[in-house]
Design a protein around this ligand. Sequence first.
Ligand SMILES: [Zn+2]
Length: 124
Amino acid sequence: MPRPDEALGKRAGGKETPREVAGARARTRAIPSRVRERVLEKAGYQCQYQGPRGGFIGRASTRCTQKTGLEVDHLKAFAKRGPSDEGNLQVLCKAHNLFRAEIEFGGEFIREKIAKRRENPHDL
Ligand SMILES: [Zn+2]
């Protein structure tokens, strides 16, 4: 299977060069699959949420152990013009992504977003 960036190069027979594609997508929510994959790999395919140090007695680390349902999250929120590049991305499980979004935007805002997404699941 070709890597996503190679696949992109092969399509360059048309007018779309990879650079133009990247520019055109700069303000969409979609994270390029190769960036997403690198972020996941760096995180060891595990949620990167760290609880407060010493949060659980007898545990060396309070990092979340969730390895399923992972989402790549913007450290600086996308809605606040955070870029979709490796340095601004982290891996969170569904629960911690939601938890973090609630802190950042407030629960009411997030409930509205979730309701909207349920109506149009493909319109992110
Ligand atoms: Zn987690």
